[in-house]
Design a protein around this ligand. Structure first.
Ligand code: HGY
Ligand code: MN
Ligand code: MN
Length: 418
């Protein structure tokens, strides 16, 4: 028996329940607020760096405070279990704790906090789960330190080769392996976790919206339909290093010119192929004002509704760069489970359904064949991956109740959708 109150988050029972979860939300959010603040703004919670390790400890403590059994899988993902995971067909919610550099407060943590609080709400309703329930915190979703997005969920589901991951390096030359070791983990353990994936029956991730569609619709909560195709490519541009003040222009081999062409080509190609392209990261060696660079490494983030458009953008940029792209991360367009999508939207009183251009662990689990859904919480700024990212407290609380409603519905699984 789900014991869920009204399906309409604006309904009276839902409002009362929403307000009741407020103090717990405030407490959890206040605990996260000071962790990993970036002095230039926003948050810097890079995978396996001290602030993210502090968040992992926080998650484990909050899980244990709820008598949830905490487990870290072989890919570094954290699981807080309500019930026996070996029973299988688990209903899992959660998100990630890591951030991009100068990231917002909500991208990731809102889903983890909401998952913990949804367990509180279900228990307050007297729900006795018909299947195991877990709240997950996936490792290294942003790929901000080592370059591969959703590294934890990809490793877990066999979509990222552990040897490749272990050799990835951060800006300081620290390898993934060294970062694991420094955090007390054995790199030799890194890899898929044969027990965990088969035990997951359904995954529902709540995430702050990274856009303003819900704001435009006047809706606090929405349901995801698809994650657009997206990937990351690196271009290695070589030059001939020399003195800025003594090298004639006609004698120069300056990789910054190819870099300039790459940046302009990205915008032109995105426009031409109806996608998005961003050049937001570059490494210049030796990065001196008075030295013609020896090498420029530049990264392209390209996204579109369909793979063909993304591939066309990358090809155009490669032509401008004059070198081939090195693919560092790729996620095909992922349509989330349609039956689950429609069931959640109906359960939430006809919540809006929208696609997203942002990648998520939900997409990786869906690609692994796990029935997956996402809830979005309104972001009035529409901004993400920047300090201005925001979700109002009432909308966050409404999101918690909505998540509890859909989890209760899936636990009370008359419709048979898992
Ligand atoms: O890049 C993305 O779309 C996600 O935030 N990792
Ligand atoms: Mn993100
Ligand atoms: Mn995210």
């Amino acid at each position: 028996m789900s014991g869920a109150p009204s399906t309409d988050p604006a309904g009276h029972a839902a409002v009362a329940e929403r307000d009741a979860v407020g103090p717990a939300f405030d407490r959890l959010w206040a605990a996260l607020e000071p962790v990993g603040t970036d002095p230039t703004g926003g948050y810097r919670r890079l995978a396996y760096a001290p602030p993210e390790l502090e968040l992992r400890a926080w998650f484990a403590a909050e899980a244990r405070a709820r008598s949830l059994d905490v487990h870290e899988d072989r890919a570094g993902n954290l699981w807080a279990w309500w019930g026996d995971p070996t029973a299988g067909d688990a209903l899992v919610t959660g998100s990630h704790l890591d951030s991009v550099r100068r990231g917002g407060a909500f991208d990731g943590p809102l889903g983890v906090v909401s998952g913990l609080l949804a367990v509180d709400v279900l228990r307050a309703r007297g729900v006795v789960p018909s299947r195991p329930v877990a709240v997950a915190a996936f490792a290294d979703e942003e790929g901000a330190r080592f370059g591969v997005a959703c590294a934890g969920s990809r490793l877990l589901t066999g979509q990222l080769d552990p040897a490749h991951a272990l050799a990835l390096t951060d800006d300081d030359g620290v390898t993934y392996a060294a970062a694991l070791r420094a955090s007390g983990r054995d790199p030799a353990d890194l890899g898929p976790d044969a027990e965990v994936v088969p035990s997951i029956g359904t995954y529902v991730e709540l995430h702050v919206e990274q856009g303003r569609a819900l704001d435009g619709l006047g809706a606090a909560v929405g349901v995801a339909s698809a994650i657009r195709a997206h990937g990351r490519w690196r271009f290695d541009l070589a030059g001939r290093p020399d003195h800025a003040g003594t090298t004639r222009l006609e004698d120069r081999d300056d990789p910054m010119l190819a870099h300039a062409r790459t940046i302009l080509a990205a915008r032109e190609a995105a426009t031409a192929h109806g996608g998005l392209a961003t050049v937001g990261r570059v490494q210049i060696e030796p990065n001196g004002v008075n030295a013609i660079p020896a090498r420029v490494r530049t990264w392209l983030d390209a996204r579109a509704d369909e793979e063909a458009s993304v591939r066309a953008i990358v090809a155009d940029v490669a032509a401008a760069a004059g070198v081939g792209p090195v693919e560092e991360s790729w996620t095909p367009r992922t349509d989330l489970d349609a039956a689950l999508r429609d069931r959640l939207a109906a359960r939430l009183g006809g919540a809006p359904v929208l696609a997203t251009g942002a990648g998520h662990d939900a997409g990786i689990l869906a690609l692994a064949g796990i029935p997956t859904a996402m809830l979005f919480v309104r972001n009035p700024t529409g901004v993400s991956h920047a300090p201005e990212e925001h979700a109002g407290r009432d909308d966050c609380l409404t999101g918690v109740v909505a998540l509890a409603d859909v989890l209760a519905d899936l636990l009370d699984d008359a419709a048979g959708v898992r």
